[in-house]
Design a binder for this molecule. Structure first.
Ligand SMILES: Nc1nc2c(ncn2[C@@H]2O[C@H](COP(=O)(O)OP(=O)(O)OP(=O)(O)O)[C@@H](O)[C@H]2O)c(=O)[nH]1
Ligand SMILES: [Zn+2]
Length: 312
């Protein structure tokens, strides 16, 4: 019997050794074994989007953390450490994966209306064209705005530092306690893992939410148009520089430098743009080298095979 199934984290251990390294969020074709309570993955269907994780060490292969994500909720807490540079990096990573970012500002209940509007404005300045939602799991404010991105069959993934309220948000969206939150974990004095961390949830209205620890080690993966989209403001100024290949350093007629001087663009934002651009270029070079090496090895193998065949 053949089925199409949507992979959730709990099946992954068994799936890990099979074809194409299926991951959370993948749609797979499976063959149900008749006499056993098992199914075998036969094919991973083409992915609409994918998140890549940095693999430590010498391994040449990238690891796919999650696939087929429509929306990435970039989760930040309103009450501390609202870091614009981190938000920029996450937005870029979301676009590169092929998903659309939404910035979620949690713990709204801990701030005054004034503080909330100030924070939203500040984020909107770096998150150009990206929706920004201030919400609270405690009071339920903003939850309906989030649910708009989660109609039946749509998948959102959570991205954000520890303690910003991701697990609490999952519980709120699920309308029940499915994920262990920090206060519960800390109260557990024995410090053992009481529940295994589940990674994918089907919401009561049919939307899907992915909360996987792997999302925290996201790697920037090549995507030239992602930088343009994330830094539209900088790119717009750059398009007006006198020289096409202006490096926005010492050239005359540099519109970017001018924008910084007259306060149309902040220095921090420009430096962040340069940094992420450099990082992407470095990753791209690494990927190209990797691809070259793989190609070389492939031909080595083929020629070895041919030599063997025609030896006698
Ligand atoms: N006041 C307030 N506190 C919240 C809200 N959401 C979460 N918290 C608290 O913030 C703390 C961290 O929440 P978690 O949901 O465990 O955070 P997390 O992002 O899942 O953390 P990790 O699992 O470590 O990544 C807990 O003490 C929550 O009770 C909120 O909307 N308002
Ligand atoms: Zn310039």
């Amino acid at each position: 019997m053949e089925w199409i199934a949507h992979l959730s984290g709990k099946f992954l251990n068994e799936a890990a050794s099979s074809v194409n390294f299926p991951t959370v969020g993948d749609w797979v074709q499976v063959q149900k074994l008749l006499d056993e309570k098992k199914a075998v993955i036969q094919e991973v269907l083409p992915r609409k989007s994918q998140f890549v994780r940095k693999v430590a060490g010498q391994k040449t292969e990238a690891q796919i953390v999650a696939a087929n994500i429509d929306t990435v909720f970039i989760v930040n807490s309103l009450n501390h450490d609202l870091n614009m540079r981190r938000i920029e990096r996450y937005i870029l990573a979301a676009y590169e994966s092929g998903a659309s970012p939404v910035v979620v500002l949690t713990k709204r209940d801990e701030c005054s209306e004034d503080e909330v509007s100030k924070a939203v404005l500040q984020v909107e300045e770096v998150a150009i064209g990206v929706p920004v939602i201030a919400m609270s799991s405690l009071t339920g404010e903003g939850i309906t705005d989030l649910l708009e991105y989660l109609p039946i069959g749509r998948t959102a993934a959570l991205l954000g530092s520890s303690g910003v309220g991701k697990s609490t948000l999952v519980n709120t969206l699920m309308e029940q306690k499915v994920q262990v939150t920090k206060d519960v974990r800390e109260a557990d004095s024995k410090g053992r893992h009481t529940t295994t961390h589940r990674e994918m949830f089907v919401l009561p209205n049919g939307g899907l939410i992915i909360d996987t620890p792997g999302m925290r080690e996201l790697q920037l993966w090549e995507g030239e148009s992602a930088i343009d989209t994330t830094f539209q403001d900088v790119e717009q100024f750059a398009a007006l520089c006198r020289f096409n290949d202006c490096s926005h350093d010492t050239e005359p007629g540099c519109r970017v430098k001018e924008a910084i001087e007259i306060g149309e663009l902040t220095q921090e934002r420009f430096l962040s743009y340069l940094k992420l651009q450099r990082e992407l270029a470095y990753e791209k070079r690494k990927q190209d080298q990797r691809a070259q090496l793989e190609e070389k090895n492939k031909w080595k193998k083929i020629s070895k095979g041919l030599k063997k065949k025609y030896k006698n």
